[in-house]
Write a protein that binds this ligand. Structure first.
Ligand code: GLU
Length: 319
């Protein structure tokens, strides 16, 4: 089966070095297999989606030298254009009682969550307060004008997948993650559902993304299973973190690609630095994307050589 991958940026702010590292690996992994690479703008996180951020991220990607293939007639797809398709799938899940309406607020969940906070892998575990509801209960909530989200019933038992770099993964996802939201109370589809519907519809068979989403993979697998769809192969990448070990953010200084561009840093310098952190090259000598492609195309094990530890950014790398 031919390789179909994707770049899935969120227009929630300027793209930084961490995003660039993920996109670069997604691009190299796909192009070295002569695959098709699609671009999807993940703009459903409305409160955090920034005006003009899509144009900015397209510019950032092009500046790095990344390209992608057209999807149908468009150069890329945008999640907010696909709400009716997500609703269709949600309706199917409702019909089969695989989701239920949940009126709990985040603070209520935090208060009731049975697991001590430290053992929650990825936010508080939903305590099941609304799990006895059936999908039809949404009608009375509508009549009362009570806001509710839709929560997916995570099946019991061990869930497993193979990560291309981290190897075999398994977790009792019901116990450790719990039921999760697939549609928000303000009527927007949640990331977990949208991403599965999008990847399935676009026939994506390879997903490359940050390891912060590794727990989401268990949730997405449960949706694939419920829909009887074939999941893609996953490659989660260790994150770029600041000297404090936390995910790259403003407090770590300005690592936005747009800032480097404005400062006159060459994209080849960024690529050279990232290639070294990924174990693709021995030093951070500036390099073109086409040279990196030629390099990895002749190195079948390059993905296995990506360091498993997070990549710590120490100060400005591009004087
Ligand atoms: N939009 C997500 C991000 O920018 C990526 C989601 C995914 O790859 O599944 O982090």
């Amino acid at each position: 089966m031919s390789y179909i991958g994707r770049l899935a940026p969120s227009p929630t702010g300027a793209q930084h070095l961490g995003n660039a590292r993920t996109f670069m690996v997604a691009w190299l992994a796909c192009r070295s297999e002569k695959g098709k690479l699609l671009l999807r703008i993940e703009d459903l996180d409305t409160p955090r989606t920034k005006e003009g951020a899509t144009e900015q991220l397209l510019e950032d990607l092009r500046w790095l030298g990344l390209d992608w293939d057209a999807a149908c007639d468009a150069s890329y797809t945008t999640q907010s254009d696909r709400e009716s398709r997500y609703r269709q799938v949600l309706h199917d899940l409702q019909e089969r009682e695989l989701v239920y309406p949940c009126t709990c607020t985040r603070s209520e969940i935090d208060r009731v969550a049975s697991a001590p906070h430290e053992s929650a892998l990825d936010g508080a575990i939903y305590p099941g307060t609304c799990a006895a509801r059936s999908a039809a209960d949404a009608r009375s909530l509508d009549a009362e004008k009570t806001p509710y989200s839709w929560r997916f019933r995570m099946p019991c038992g061990l869930r497993e997948f193979h990560d291309q770099r981290f190897g075999p993964q398994s977790l009792d996802a019901k116990l450790r993650l719990g039921d999760f939201i697939v549609a928000r109370s303000y009527g927007v589809t949640a990331y977990q559902l949208a991403v599965v519907v999008d990847d399935h519809d676009a026939k994506i068979n390879h997903v490359v993304r940050g390891s912060d989403l590794i727990y989401s993979t268990y949730r997405q697998l449960a949706i694939y299973e419920a829909m009887d769809w074939t999941p893609p192969n996953w490659l989660h990448l260790p994150l770029v973190v600041g000297p404090d070990g936390r995910r790259l953010a403003k407090r770590h200084g300005d690592t936005r690609l747009s800032t480097f561009r404005e400062q006159g840093v060459a994209p080849e310098s960024i690529l050279g630095f990232l290639a070294q952190t990924l174990g693709i090259t021995a030093d951070k000598t500036p390099v073109r994307l086409s040279d990196l492609l030629a390099h990895v195309s002749g190195e079948p094990n390059w993905i296995q050589r990506i360091p498993l530890a997070n990549c710590t950014l120490l100060g400005n790398q591009f004087p």
